[in-house]
Design a protein around this ligand. Structure first.
Ligand code: PHB
Length: 577
Protein backbone atom coordinates (compact mmCIF):
# COMPACT_ATOMS: atom_id res chain seq x y z
CA UNK A 1 0.00 0.00 0.00
CA UNK A 2 1.49 3.34 -0.96
CA UNK A 3 1.87 5.45 2.13
CA UNK A 4 0.12 8.76 2.07
CA UNK A 5 2.71 11.50 1.72
CA UNK A 6 3.43 12.65 5.21
CA UNK A 7 2.85 16.31 5.57
CA UNK A 8 1.70 18.45 8.18
CA UNK A 9 -2.94 17.05 4.94
CA UNK A 10 -12.45 14.60 -9.03
CA UNK A 11 -14.72 16.27 -9.52
CA UNK A 12 -17.63 15.57 -7.25
CA UNK A 13 -19.75 12.64 -8.09
CA UNK A 14 -23.31 13.44 -7.24
CA UNK A 15 -25.43 16.39 -8.07
CA UNK A 16 -26.81 18.91 -5.61
CA UNK A 17 -26.45 17.60 -2.06
CA UNK A 18 -29.18 17.39 0.47
CA UNK A 19 -28.85 19.98 3.19
CA UNK A 20 -26.91 18.12 5.88
CA UNK A 21 -28.19 20.39 8.61
CA UNK A 22 -31.78 19.43 7.88
CA UNK A 23 -31.39 15.86 9.10
CA UNK A 24 -28.71 16.64 11.67
CA UNK A 25 -29.27 19.81 13.58
CA UNK A 26 -25.89 20.21 15.20
CA UNK A 27 -23.17 18.36 13.34
CA UNK A 28 -22.38 19.73 9.90
CA UNK A 29 -23.77 23.05 10.92
CA UNK A 30 -23.06 25.62 8.23
CA UNK A 31 -21.59 28.96 9.25
CA UNK A 32 -24.98 30.49 8.65
CA UNK A 33 -27.63 27.79 9.23
CA UNK A 34 -30.13 29.57 7.04
CA UNK A 35 -27.75 29.59 4.07
CA UNK A 36 -28.64 27.19 1.29
CA UNK A 37 -26.05 24.62 0.28
CA UNK A 38 -24.24 26.11 -2.70
CA UNK A 39 -24.85 24.15 -5.88
CA UNK A 40 -21.10 23.67 -6.30
CA UNK A 41 -20.54 22.12 -2.87
CA UNK A 42 -18.92 18.68 -3.00
CA UNK A 43 -21.43 16.24 -1.51
CA UNK A 44 -18.94 13.51 -0.50
CA UNK A 45 -16.86 16.14 1.27
CA UNK A 46 -19.90 17.45 3.18
CA UNK A 47 -20.67 13.88 4.23
CA UNK A 48 -17.10 13.02 5.16
CA UNK A 49 -16.86 16.14 7.32
CA UNK A 50 -20.17 15.20 8.96
CA UNK A 51 -18.75 11.76 9.81
CA UNK A 52 -15.66 13.36 11.38
CA UNK A 53 -17.77 15.83 13.40
CA UNK A 54 -20.04 13.04 14.66
CA UNK A 55 -17.09 10.86 15.65
CA UNK A 56 -15.59 13.81 17.50
CA UNK A 57 -18.83 14.52 19.36
CA UNK A 58 -19.07 10.85 20.29
CA UNK A 59 -15.63 10.99 21.90
CA UNK A 60 -13.73 9.40 19.01
CA UNK A 61 -15.47 6.04 18.44
CA UNK A 62 -18.71 4.94 16.77
CA UNK A 63 -19.91 1.73 15.16
CA UNK A 64 -20.94 1.94 11.51
CA UNK A 65 -24.58 1.66 12.56
CA UNK A 66 -24.03 4.41 15.13
CA UNK A 67 -22.63 6.53 12.30
CA UNK A 68 -25.61 5.68 10.10
CA UNK A 69 -27.94 6.91 12.83
CA UNK A 70 -25.89 10.01 13.63
CA UNK A 71 -25.46 11.14 10.03
CA UNK A 72 -28.60 9.82 8.36
CA UNK A 73 -26.38 8.35 5.63
CA UNK A 74 -26.85 4.92 4.05
CA UNK A 75 -24.65 2.13 5.37
CA UNK A 76 -22.84 1.74 2.04
CA UNK A 77 -21.98 5.45 2.10
CA UNK A 78 -20.75 5.26 5.69
CA UNK A 79 -18.56 2.29 4.74
CA UNK A 80 -17.00 4.04 1.76
CA UNK A 81 -16.34 7.20 3.76
CA UNK A 82 -14.81 5.16 6.58
CA UNK A 83 -12.62 3.22 4.11
CA UNK A 84 -11.42 6.49 2.56
CA UNK A 85 -10.68 8.10 5.93
CA UNK A 86 -8.88 4.92 7.02
CA UNK A 87 -6.75 5.01 3.88
CA UNK A 88 -5.80 8.60 4.76
CA UNK A 89 -4.83 7.49 8.26
CA UNK A 90 -7.57 9.72 9.73
CA UNK A 91 -9.55 6.84 11.28
CA UNK A 92 -8.88 3.22 12.16
CA UNK A 93 -11.29 0.39 11.57
CA UNK A 94 -11.05 -1.41 14.87
CA UNK A 95 -13.12 -4.55 14.80
CA UNK A 96 -16.55 -3.16 14.11
CA UNK A 97 -15.80 0.36 15.24
CA UNK A 98 -14.61 3.44 13.42
CA UNK A 99 -12.05 5.21 15.63
CA UNK A 100 -10.45 8.62 15.13
CA UNK A 101 -6.70 8.30 14.57
CA UNK A 102 -3.94 10.76 15.62
CA UNK A 103 -3.05 11.53 11.99
CA UNK A 104 -6.35 13.45 11.73
CA UNK A 105 -4.79 16.09 13.96
CA UNK A 106 -2.90 17.36 10.91
CA UNK A 107 -6.08 19.26 9.98
CA UNK A 108 -6.27 21.07 13.33
CA UNK A 109 -2.50 21.52 13.22
CA UNK A 110 -2.88 23.31 9.88
CA UNK A 111 -5.26 25.80 11.53
CA UNK A 112 -3.14 26.21 14.67
CA UNK A 113 0.07 26.72 12.72
CA UNK A 114 -1.62 29.21 10.41
CA UNK A 115 -2.88 31.06 13.49
CA UNK A 116 0.61 31.00 15.09
CA UNK A 117 -0.74 32.03 18.51
CA UNK A 118 -0.25 28.76 20.37
CA UNK A 119 3.36 28.47 19.19
CA UNK A 120 4.06 32.10 20.10
CA UNK A 121 2.26 32.22 23.45
CA UNK A 122 2.23 28.72 24.91
CA UNK A 123 5.50 29.08 26.83
CA UNK A 124 4.15 32.14 28.70
CA UNK A 125 0.85 30.37 29.40
CA UNK A 126 2.68 27.29 30.71
CA UNK A 127 5.01 29.41 32.86
CA UNK A 128 2.02 31.22 34.38
CA UNK A 129 0.31 27.91 35.15
CA UNK A 130 3.48 26.72 36.87
CA UNK A 131 3.87 29.95 38.82
CA UNK A 132 0.24 29.99 40.02
CA UNK A 133 -0.24 26.21 40.19
CA UNK A 134 -3.57 26.73 38.45
CA UNK A 135 -4.78 25.83 34.95
CA UNK A 136 -4.17 28.46 32.28
CA UNK A 137 -5.82 28.36 28.87
CA UNK A 138 -5.90 30.34 25.64
CA UNK A 139 -9.15 30.66 23.71
CA UNK A 140 -10.26 32.32 20.49
CA UNK A 141 -13.67 33.62 19.48
CA UNK A 142 -15.71 31.26 17.33
CA UNK A 143 -19.03 32.87 16.37
CA UNK A 144 -21.13 32.84 19.56
CA UNK A 145 -18.72 30.49 21.30
CA UNK A 146 -15.17 30.39 22.54
CA UNK A 147 -12.78 27.66 21.39
CA UNK A 148 -9.63 26.57 23.20
CA UNK A 149 -6.33 26.68 21.32
CA UNK A 150 -4.06 25.87 24.26
CA UNK A 151 -4.44 24.25 27.67
CA UNK A 152 -1.87 24.18 30.47
CA UNK A 153 -3.95 21.99 32.72
CA UNK A 154 -3.27 21.14 36.33
CA UNK A 155 -4.74 17.72 36.99
CA UNK A 156 -7.51 18.20 39.52
CA UNK A 157 -10.29 15.85 40.39
CA UNK A 158 -12.73 18.59 41.28
CA UNK A 159 -13.96 19.99 37.98
CA UNK A 160 -14.27 19.54 34.26
CA UNK A 161 -11.19 20.31 32.31
CA UNK A 162 -11.54 21.35 28.73
CA UNK A 163 -9.49 20.20 25.78
CA UNK A 164 -7.94 21.99 22.82
CA UNK A 165 -10.75 22.39 20.29
CA UNK A 166 -13.61 22.32 22.81
CA UNK A 167 -16.30 24.91 22.10
CA UNK A 168 -18.13 26.68 24.95
CA UNK A 169 -21.10 29.06 24.76
CA UNK A 170 -19.67 32.58 25.10
CA UNK A 171 -22.03 33.72 27.87
CA UNK A 172 -21.06 30.89 30.20
CA UNK A 173 -17.35 31.72 30.12
CA UNK A 174 -14.89 34.41 31.19
CA UNK A 175 -13.53 35.17 27.68
CA UNK A 176 -17.03 35.36 26.16
CA UNK A 177 -17.88 38.90 27.36
CA UNK A 178 -14.45 40.11 26.16
CA UNK A 179 -15.04 38.75 22.66
CA UNK A 180 -18.59 40.13 22.69
CA UNK A 181 -17.16 43.66 23.07
CA UNK A 182 -16.23 43.32 19.38
CA UNK A 183 -19.55 41.87 18.21
CA UNK A 184 -21.57 43.69 15.57
CA UNK A 185 -25.34 44.13 15.90
CA UNK A 186 -25.66 41.21 13.51
CA UNK A 187 -23.54 39.00 15.75
CA UNK A 188 -25.59 39.92 18.82
CA UNK A 189 -28.72 39.05 16.86
CA UNK A 190 -27.25 35.68 15.79
CA UNK A 191 -26.36 34.93 19.43
CA UNK A 192 -29.91 35.71 20.64
CA UNK A 193 -31.45 33.63 17.90
CA UNK A 194 -29.17 30.67 18.55
CA UNK A 195 -29.92 30.68 22.29
CA UNK A 196 -33.63 30.92 21.59
CA UNK A 197 -33.47 27.76 19.46
CA UNK A 198 -31.03 25.97 21.79
CA UNK A 199 -31.80 27.19 25.32
CA UNK A 200 -29.96 24.31 26.99
CA UNK A 201 -26.72 24.64 24.97
CA UNK A 202 -27.13 21.22 23.34
CA UNK A 203 -25.02 22.51 20.45
CA UNK A 204 -22.11 22.76 22.92
CA UNK A 205 -21.59 19.16 23.99
CA UNK A 206 -18.45 20.06 25.99
CA UNK A 207 -20.57 21.76 28.69
CA UNK A 208 -23.34 20.38 30.89
CA UNK A 209 -26.81 21.46 29.70
CA UNK A 210 -27.95 24.83 31.02
CA UNK A 211 -30.68 24.25 33.60
CA UNK A 212 -31.62 27.81 34.51
CA UNK A 213 -31.77 30.54 31.92
CA UNK A 214 -29.78 33.68 32.68
CA UNK A 215 -31.58 36.89 33.59
CA UNK A 216 -32.41 38.97 30.51
CA UNK A 217 -29.63 41.40 29.63
CA UNK A 218 -27.09 39.74 31.90
CA UNK A 219 -24.59 38.88 29.18
CA UNK A 220 -24.96 42.33 27.65
CA UNK A 221 -24.14 43.82 31.08
CA UNK A 222 -21.11 41.53 31.48
CA UNK A 223 -19.88 42.55 28.01
CA UNK A 224 -20.25 46.24 28.90
CA UNK A 225 -18.33 45.69 32.14
CA UNK A 226 -15.65 43.77 30.26
CA UNK A 227 -15.26 46.67 27.84
CA UNK A 228 -14.75 49.06 30.77
CA UNK A 229 -12.54 46.77 32.92
CA UNK A 230 -10.43 44.94 30.36
CA UNK A 231 -11.03 41.60 32.10
CA UNK A 232 -13.98 39.31 32.88
CA UNK A 233 -14.94 36.58 35.33
CA UNK A 234 -16.76 33.29 35.09
CA UNK A 235 -18.27 32.65 38.51
CA UNK A 236 -19.49 29.06 38.18
CA UNK A 237 -21.40 29.65 34.96
CA UNK A 238 -20.42 26.27 33.51
CA UNK A 239 -20.72 24.14 36.60
CA UNK A 240 -20.69 24.62 40.36
CA UNK A 241 -17.18 25.24 41.67
CA UNK A 242 -15.55 26.16 38.36
CA UNK A 243 -14.27 29.76 38.30
CA UNK A 244 -12.15 31.62 35.75
CA UNK A 245 -10.74 35.06 35.05
CA UNK A 246 -9.86 36.20 31.56
CA UNK A 247 -7.84 39.00 29.93
CA UNK A 248 -7.73 39.79 26.20
CA UNK A 249 -4.43 39.41 24.31
CA UNK A 250 -4.51 42.10 21.65
CA UNK A 251 -2.93 41.93 18.23
CA UNK A 252 -0.41 44.80 18.44
CA UNK A 253 -0.95 45.69 14.78
CA UNK A 254 -4.75 45.82 14.65
CA UNK A 255 -5.61 46.41 18.32
CA UNK A 256 -8.24 43.69 18.04
CA UNK A 257 -8.46 40.75 20.42
CA UNK A 258 -6.30 37.91 19.10
CA UNK A 259 -7.20 35.50 21.89
CA UNK A 260 -8.06 35.49 25.58
CA UNK A 261 -5.79 34.20 28.33
CA UNK A 262 -7.59 32.54 31.24
CA UNK A 263 -6.71 31.41 34.73
CA UNK A 264 -9.08 28.66 35.87
CA UNK A 265 -9.59 27.45 39.41
CA UNK A 266 -12.05 25.88 41.80
CA UNK A 267 -13.95 27.52 44.64
CA UNK A 268 -12.24 25.12 47.04
CA UNK A 269 -9.05 27.09 46.31
CA UNK A 270 -10.24 30.50 45.10
CA UNK A 271 -13.57 32.27 44.93
CA UNK A 272 -14.19 34.34 41.82
CA UNK A 273 -13.56 37.54 43.81
CA UNK A 274 -10.34 36.03 45.06
CA UNK A 275 -9.24 35.24 41.50
CA UNK A 276 -9.84 38.87 40.58
CA UNK A 277 -7.98 40.24 43.60
CA UNK A 278 -5.01 37.87 43.80
CA UNK A 279 -4.45 36.19 40.43
CA UNK A 280 -5.71 38.81 37.93
CA UNK A 281 -2.64 41.08 38.42
CA UNK A 282 -0.33 38.14 37.59
CA UNK A 283 -2.45 37.26 34.56
CA UNK A 284 -2.35 40.87 33.30
CA UNK A 285 1.40 40.91 33.68
CA UNK A 286 1.70 37.70 31.65
CA UNK A 287 -0.61 39.11 28.98
CA UNK A 288 1.50 42.27 28.72
CA UNK A 289 4.51 40.06 28.10
CA UNK A 290 2.54 38.07 25.49
CA UNK A 291 1.60 41.29 23.69
CA UNK A 292 5.25 42.41 23.75
CA UNK A 293 6.21 39.08 22.23
CA UNK A 294 3.62 39.52 19.47
CA UNK A 295 4.98 43.02 18.73
CA UNK A 296 8.50 41.64 18.28
CA UNK A 297 7.72 38.53 16.29
CA UNK A 298 9.06 38.42 12.72
CA UNK A 299 6.66 37.52 9.92
CA UNK A 300 6.04 33.80 9.61
CA UNK A 301 8.27 31.95 7.22
CA UNK A 302 6.11 29.88 4.91
CA UNK A 303 6.18 26.23 5.91
CA UNK A 304 6.93 23.54 3.38
CA UNK A 305 3.77 22.53 1.59
CA UNK A 306 2.51 19.01 1.23
CA UNK A 307 3.54 17.47 -2.05
CA UNK A 308 2.37 14.47 -3.95
CA UNK A 309 -1.09 14.38 -2.40
CA UNK A 310 -2.97 14.49 -5.69
CA UNK A 311 -0.84 11.62 -7.00
CA UNK A 312 -1.43 9.71 -3.78
CA UNK A 313 -5.20 10.06 -3.98
CA UNK A 314 -5.09 8.93 -7.62
CA UNK A 315 -3.07 5.83 -6.72
CA UNK A 316 -5.41 5.03 -3.83
CA UNK A 317 -8.39 5.26 -6.17
CA UNK A 318 -6.68 2.84 -8.57
CA UNK A 319 -6.09 0.40 -5.76
CA UNK A 320 -9.31 0.60 -3.77
CA UNK A 321 -11.74 1.41 -6.59
CA UNK A 322 -15.29 2.17 -5.48
CA UNK A 323 -14.38 2.03 -1.80
CA UNK A 324 -12.14 5.09 -2.14
CA UNK A 325 -14.07 8.36 -2.37
CA UNK A 326 -11.50 10.43 -4.19
CA UNK A 327 -13.43 13.71 -3.98
CA UNK A 328 -13.47 13.40 -0.18
CA UNK A 329 -9.73 12.67 0.02
CA UNK A 330 -8.92 15.52 -2.34
CA UNK A 331 -11.16 17.90 -0.49
CA UNK A 332 -9.49 17.06 2.82
CA UNK A 333 -6.02 17.71 1.40
CA UNK A 334 -7.16 21.29 0.77
CA UNK A 335 -7.18 21.95 4.53
CA UNK A 336 -3.59 20.72 4.86
CA UNK A 337 -2.37 23.36 2.42
CA UNK A 338 -2.73 25.98 5.17
CA UNK A 339 -0.03 26.34 7.81
CA UNK A 340 2.58 28.63 9.27
CA UNK A 341 3.18 31.52 6.88
CA UNK A 342 0.31 30.14 4.82
CA UNK A 343 -2.60 31.50 6.84
CA UNK A 344 -4.23 33.21 3.87
CA UNK A 345 -4.09 31.53 0.49
CA UNK A 346 -5.57 32.38 -2.87
CA UNK A 347 -7.31 29.73 -4.94
CA UNK A 348 -4.23 29.54 -7.15
CA UNK A 349 -2.00 28.91 -4.12
CA UNK A 350 -4.31 26.19 -2.80
CA UNK A 351 -4.37 24.52 -6.22
CA UNK A 352 -0.58 24.72 -6.45
CA UNK A 353 -0.03 23.36 -2.95
CA UNK A 354 -2.37 20.40 -3.39
CA UNK A 355 -1.74 19.65 -7.04
CA UNK A 356 -5.49 19.79 -7.59
CA UNK A 357 -7.15 21.34 -10.62
CA UNK A 358 -8.36 24.87 -9.86
CA UNK A 359 -11.97 23.88 -10.37
CA UNK A 360 -11.59 21.03 -7.86
CA UNK A 361 -9.85 23.20 -5.28
CA UNK A 362 -12.47 25.90 -5.77
CA UNK A 363 -15.39 23.55 -5.12
CA UNK A 364 -13.69 22.22 -1.98
CA UNK A 365 -13.17 25.78 -0.72
CA UNK A 366 -16.80 26.66 -1.45
CA UNK A 367 -17.83 23.56 0.50
CA UNK A 368 -15.63 24.52 3.46
CA UNK A 369 -16.87 28.07 3.44
CA UNK A 370 -20.44 26.79 3.58
CA UNK A 371 -19.52 24.52 6.51
CA UNK A 372 -17.78 27.35 8.35
CA UNK A 373 -14.35 25.72 8.16
CA UNK A 374 -12.83 28.36 5.88
CA UNK A 375 -13.61 32.04 5.48
CA UNK A 376 -12.82 34.40 2.65
CA UNK A 377 -11.92 38.00 2.51
CA UNK A 378 -11.36 39.40 -0.94
CA UNK A 379 -9.38 36.84 -2.90
CA UNK A 380 -7.92 34.92 0.03
CA UNK A 381 -9.15 31.96 2.05
CA UNK A 382 -8.22 31.16 5.65
CA UNK A 383 -9.09 28.29 7.97
CA UNK A 384 -11.37 29.00 10.96
CA UNK A 385 -11.19 27.74 14.57
CA UNK A 386 -13.94 25.29 13.67
CA UNK A 387 -11.35 23.11 11.94
CA UNK A 388 -10.44 22.01 15.48
CA UNK A 389 -13.89 20.36 15.71
CA UNK A 390 -12.52 17.74 13.29
CA UNK A 391 -11.19 15.40 15.96
CA UNK A 392 -8.98 17.63 18.05
CA UNK A 393 -10.72 17.46 21.46
CA UNK A 394 -10.60 13.68 21.93
CA UNK A 395 -7.29 13.25 20.10
CA UNK A 396 -5.54 16.00 22.06
CA UNK A 397 -5.62 13.69 25.09
CA UNK A 398 -4.03 10.69 23.38
CA UNK A 399 -1.03 9.07 25.12
CA UNK A 400 1.99 7.37 23.57
CA UNK A 401 0.78 3.87 24.56
CA UNK A 402 -2.56 4.62 22.88
CA UNK A 403 -0.80 5.87 19.76
CA UNK A 404 1.44 2.79 19.71
CA UNK A 405 -1.15 0.09 20.46
CA UNK A 406 -2.66 -0.37 16.97
CA UNK A 407 0.76 -0.32 15.32
CA UNK A 408 2.00 -2.89 17.84
CA UNK A 409 -1.01 -5.11 17.16
CA UNK A 410 -0.13 -5.05 13.44
CA UNK A 411 3.49 -5.87 14.22
CA UNK A 412 2.55 -8.79 16.47
CA UNK A 413 0.23 -10.13 13.78
CA UNK A 414 2.95 -9.87 11.12
CA UNK A 415 5.81 -11.48 13.06
CA UNK A 416 3.70 -13.75 15.32
CA UNK A 417 5.64 -12.65 18.39
CA UNK A 418 4.87 -10.55 21.45
CA UNK A 419 5.76 -6.88 21.41
CA UNK A 420 6.04 -4.33 24.21
CA UNK A 421 6.61 -0.64 24.77
CA UNK A 422 8.45 0.67 27.83
CA UNK A 423 9.83 3.85 29.32
CA UNK A 424 12.71 4.44 31.70
CA UNK A 425 11.76 4.87 35.36
CA UNK A 426 14.76 5.27 37.59
CA UNK A 427 17.01 2.25 37.08
CA UNK A 428 14.13 0.22 35.67
CA UNK A 429 12.11 0.00 32.56
CA UNK A 430 8.37 0.12 33.02
CA UNK A 431 5.99 -1.51 30.55
CA UNK A 432 3.42 0.91 29.10
CA UNK A 433 1.88 -1.16 26.29
CA UNK A 434 1.99 -4.80 25.32
CA UNK A 435 0.56 -7.13 22.69
CA UNK A 436 1.19 -10.74 23.67
CA UNK A 437 0.90 -13.64 21.23
CA UNK A 438 2.16 -16.28 23.63
CA UNK A 439 3.78 -16.41 27.02
CA UNK A 440 7.47 -16.81 26.49
CA UNK A 441 8.64 -15.31 29.73
CA UNK A 442 8.30 -17.00 33.06
CA UNK A 443 7.94 -13.55 34.60
CA UNK A 444 4.43 -12.46 34.05
CA UNK A 445 4.64 -9.14 32.21
CA UNK A 446 1.73 -6.80 32.57
CA UNK A 447 1.41 -3.06 32.18
CA UNK A 448 3.43 -1.36 34.87
CA UNK A 449 5.83 -4.29 35.28
CA UNK A 450 9.33 -3.09 36.09
CA UNK A 451 12.54 -4.83 35.05
CA UNK A 452 16.16 -3.74 35.47
CA UNK A 453 17.10 -1.54 32.50
CA UNK A 454 20.71 -2.76 32.17
CA UNK A 455 19.70 -6.34 31.41
CA UNK A 456 16.84 -5.71 28.95
CA UNK A 457 16.88 -4.72 25.30
CA UNK A 458 14.41 -1.87 25.84
CA UNK A 459 16.39 -0.64 28.83
CA UNK A 460 19.60 -0.60 26.82
CA UNK A 461 17.96 1.42 24.05
CA UNK A 462 16.78 3.93 26.65
CA UNK A 463 20.10 4.05 28.56
CA UNK A 464 22.10 4.42 25.34
CA UNK A 465 20.35 7.72 24.58
CA UNK A 466 21.66 9.26 27.82
CA UNK A 467 25.15 10.72 28.29
CA UNK A 468 27.30 7.99 29.92
CA UNK A 469 27.55 9.86 33.23
CA UNK A 470 23.75 10.14 33.50
CA UNK A 471 22.85 6.49 32.92
CA UNK A 472 21.07 5.20 36.02
CA UNK A 473 22.72 1.89 36.87
CA UNK A 474 22.29 -0.13 40.08
CA UNK A 475 25.99 -0.71 40.78
CA UNK A 476 27.28 -3.30 41.29
CA UNK A 477 25.33 -4.92 38.42
CA UNK A 478 23.80 -8.20 39.49
CA UNK A 479 24.07 -11.28 37.25
CA UNK A 480 20.49 -12.38 36.54
CA UNK A 481 21.68 -15.33 34.46
CA UNK A 482 25.18 -16.62 33.70
CA UNK A 483 25.08 -14.42 30.54
CA UNK A 484 24.30 -11.04 32.14
CA UNK A 485 26.88 -8.34 31.39
CA UNK A 486 27.86 -7.07 34.84
CA UNK A 487 31.13 -5.29 34.17
CA UNK A 488 30.36 -1.53 33.94
CA UNK A 489 33.07 -0.98 31.30
CA UNK A 490 31.73 -3.82 29.16
CA UNK A 491 28.17 -2.49 29.54
CA UNK A 492 29.29 1.01 28.51
CA UNK A 493 30.77 -0.48 25.32
CA UNK A 494 27.57 -2.43 24.67
CA UNK A 495 25.52 0.76 25.11
CA UNK A 496 27.78 2.71 22.73
CA UNK A 497 27.16 -0.02 20.18
CA UNK A 498 23.41 0.17 20.77
CA UNK A 499 23.49 3.92 20.22
CA UNK A 500 25.51 3.57 17.01
CA UNK A 501 23.44 0.73 15.54
CA UNK A 502 20.07 2.02 16.72
CA UNK A 503 18.92 -1.24 18.25
CA UNK A 504 19.69 -3.58 21.14
CA UNK A 505 19.60 -7.34 21.20
CA UNK A 506 19.72 -9.08 24.57
CA UNK A 507 20.27 -12.80 24.62
CA UNK A 508 19.38 -14.71 27.79
CA UNK A 509 20.82 -12.01 30.05
CA UNK A 510 17.54 -11.31 31.84
CA UNK A 511 16.20 -14.83 31.79
CA UNK A 512 17.45 -18.08 30.28
CA UNK A 513 15.68 -18.97 27.07
CA UNK A 514 14.61 -15.38 26.41
CA UNK A 515 15.83 -13.33 23.46
CA UNK A 516 14.71 -9.77 22.92
CA UNK A 517 15.37 -7.08 20.34
CA UNK A 518 14.44 -3.41 20.77
CA UNK A 519 14.52 -0.09 18.91
CA UNK A 520 14.04 3.48 20.15
CA UNK A 521 10.92 5.63 19.68
CA UNK A 522 11.82 9.31 19.26
CA UNK A 523 9.64 12.38 19.86
CA UNK A 524 9.53 15.41 17.53
CA UNK A 525 12.70 16.78 19.08
CA UNK A 526 14.65 13.59 18.47
CA UNK A 527 14.73 12.52 22.10
CA UNK A 528 14.22 8.80 22.80
CA UNK A 529 10.98 8.69 24.80
CA UNK A 530 10.25 4.97 24.74
CA UNK A 531 11.55 1.66 23.47
CA UNK A 532 9.73 -0.95 21.43
CA UNK A 533 10.71 -4.61 21.51
CA UNK A 534 9.90 -8.07 20.31
CA UNK A 535 10.65 -10.85 22.78
CA UNK A 536 10.72 -14.53 21.95
CA UNK A 537 11.99 -17.88 23.07
CA UNK A 538 15.51 -18.66 21.82
CA UNK A 539 14.23 -21.79 20.11
CA UNK A 540 11.99 -19.75 17.82
CA UNK A 541 14.60 -17.69 15.96
CA UNK A 542 18.36 -17.32 15.94
CA UNK A 543 20.05 -13.98 16.66
CA UNK A 544 20.67 -13.62 12.91
CA UNK A 545 17.02 -14.34 12.11
CA UNK A 546 15.93 -11.75 14.65
CA UNK A 547 18.14 -9.14 13.02
CA UNK A 548 17.15 -10.13 9.50
CA UNK A 549 13.40 -10.69 9.94
CA UNK A 550 12.27 -8.88 13.07
CA UNK A 551 14.45 -5.78 13.11
CA UNK A 552 13.14 -4.24 9.86
CA UNK A 553 9.56 -4.79 11.07
CA UNK A 554 10.37 -3.24 14.44
CA UNK A 555 11.95 -0.23 12.73
CA UNK A 556 8.98 0.21 10.41
CA UNK A 557 6.62 0.05 13.39
CA UNK A 558 8.68 2.59 15.35
CA UNK A 559 8.59 4.86 12.26
CA UNK A 560 4.80 4.69 12.18
CA UNK A 561 4.53 5.43 15.88
CA UNK A 562 6.96 8.35 15.51
CA UNK A 563 4.97 9.68 12.55
CA UNK A 564 1.77 9.73 14.61
CA UNK A 565 3.62 11.20 17.57
CA UNK A 566 4.98 14.04 15.43
CA UNK A 567 1.45 14.98 14.36
CA UNK A 568 -0.13 14.50 17.80
CA UNK A 569 2.70 16.26 19.65
CA UNK A 570 2.78 19.38 17.52
CA UNK A 571 0.45 21.40 19.77
CA UNK A 572 -0.24 19.05 22.65
CA UNK A 573 1.97 17.34 25.16
CA UNK A 574 1.60 13.61 24.60
CA UNK A 575 2.07 11.67 27.87
CA UNK A 576 4.64 8.89 27.39
CA UNK A 577 2.85 6.55 29.79
C1 PHB B 1 -10.85 26.57 30.94
O1 PHB B 1 -9.79 26.84 30.38
O2 PHB B 1 -11.06 25.42 31.35
C2 PHB B 1 -11.88 27.62 31.15
C3 PHB B 1 -11.66 28.91 30.67
C4 PHB B 1 -12.64 29.88 30.87
C5 PHB B 1 -13.81 29.57 31.55
C6 PHB B 1 -14.01 28.29 32.03
C7 PHB B 1 -13.05 27.30 31.83
O3 PHB B 1 -14.73 30.51 31.74
Amino acid sequence: MPAKPTTDADAASSAVPADPSAANPSAALPADPSAAVPAEAVTPLVRGIDVLLRLTEAGGTLSPSGLERATGLARSTVDRIAATLARMGYVRLDGRDVVLAPRLMELGNAYLSALRLPALLDARADALADALDESVSLAVADHDGIRFIHQATRRRAMSLSFRIGDLLPAERTAPGPLFATEWTQEEWRAWREHRATDPENRDFPAVPPLRHAFAGGEFERRAAAAAADGWALDDQLIEPGLVAVSVPVRDPHTGRIACAANVVSHTSRHTAADLRDTLLPRLREAVRAMEDDLREVPPARPAAVPTGLAAWTGASKQELGREFVESLARGLTVLTSFGEGRAELTLTEVAQATGLARATARRALITYEHLGLVRTSGRVFEPTPRVLALGFPPLSRVSLPEIAAPHMAELAARVHESTSLAVLSGEDIQYTARVATSRVMSVNITLGTRLPAYATSMGRVLLADLPPAERPLPLPLRPLTPHTVTDPGALARVLDGVRDRGHALVDEELEEGLRSIAVPVHDRTGRVVAALNVALHVARRTVEECERDILPELRATADRIEGDLRVAGRFTRVPVS
